[in-house]
Write a protein that binds this ligand. Sequence first.
Ligand code: FAD
Length: 405
Amino acid sequence: MKTLDCIVIGGGPAGLMACNELGESVNYILLEKNDKVGKKLLLTGGKRCNITNNLPVKLFIDSLNIAHKRFLYPALTQFGPKDVIAFFNTRGLELELEQNFKYFPKTGKSQSVLDALLLGIPKERIHYKEPVKRITKVEDLYLVETELEQYQARDLIIAVGSNAYPTMGSSGDVLLFAKHLGIPYKPFTPAETYLFSDKVKTDYADLQGVALTTNLRINTDKKSHEGDILFTHFGVSGPLILHLSELIYERIEHEKVILYIELTEQDPIQIFNERRTTKDTIQTVLEELTTKRLAKKILELSQIENKRVSDMKKSEIQTLNQYLKAFDIPIDGVEVKEKAFVNAGGIDVKALSPQTMACLEYPGLHFVGESTDLQGPIGGFNITIALSTGKLAAKDVKERLSHHG
Ligand SMILES: Cc1cc2nc3c(=O)[nH]c(=O)nc-3n(C[C@H](O)[C@H](O)[C@H](O)COP(=O)(O)OP(=O)(O)OC[C@H]3O[C@@H](n4cnc5c(N)ncnc54)[C@H](O)[C@@H]3O)c2cc1C
């Protein structure tokens, strides 16, 4: 059996960053299940990798859906978006700002992000094709069993990801480890994914490809959400939908969910009334308020015949106003967790220290990245969280080593 200072399990952004921080002073190895590290990282951002964004830490945290988002303060104040950019710059990788929000590598390739991370990890430390099967605590050491070997170390950094895109390696193994060790966790569920709608598939099939920036309300909620949505052949997608999918997944289990979207910011009742004195038709006004395709659809759905606005009944204006201000999209399902970009769930943060990412009950046992119940919307949040928590855990390992020698 090999004994080490620390074993990092999983070579995604969280595990790779942890290895970079451990550096030469720590006797560590990285156990990776695949024949390559960073398989999912290579896919990210359309293979261009949206590494981080330009939000200050407070805004970054405010943008997360999770209730326990403040847990991330210590990690992100020590290594937030600005530090991520600086880290890659020092590795010779320039980043470029897009849409005044997201950072991508200037090379346009996620491979260069992986290469920059690998610069800080000696090749011999990475053990490929060694999936960890079981973790046990034996006195003050952790015993790590793979199919090939047994290792032991006083510190572990578990960075095996969630259950999103299992073909990339993230097969949800963290939950098996947690169960075995008696550490609280939440099952993985979809976050950042598409929504299915039978009504979109049938009644709104001709809207496929329509993209719009809108205000959206869920059921009778007072709160509205602003962002971009896209009609697809199965339902709805787009950044706003991905962002809300996690919340909708929770609600759809116990209530019918209908999204109401605003097709125009203007006041349709006022506009129709103003046009009563003109020769304009309903369709012309609807096209001005929305788009040609949406105008046609609203006329069809409302069963109001196209005529001059001057000939409209009050009730017809009310009907069109309803479609324009609260176009309904009933939701029938959320894409499964395996096909979601990100998963909610993982190690319950109540079991972890926000200062170190270590388990409160098991000193030296760290959980980082998407293995934990910490996730964010698209826009570089998830890789930043993975890098930041991976680094924090590795710092703690070094700190502990300096005490124990
Ligand atoms: C298509 C797609 C696009 C995305 N785009 C972006 C983006 O542009 N920006 C962004 O911020 N986020 C993006 N994300 C999310 C982001 O990729 C993840 O949140 C991030 O990779 C999580 O990092 P991680 O290191 O925690 O886990 P992972 O990247 O999942 O890495 C886990 C590693 O652990 C290994 N492993 C698993 N089980 C074991 C085991 N038992 N033993 C040993 N090794 C094991 C896996 O093989 C893998 O290498 C995207 C996700 C997807 C699916």
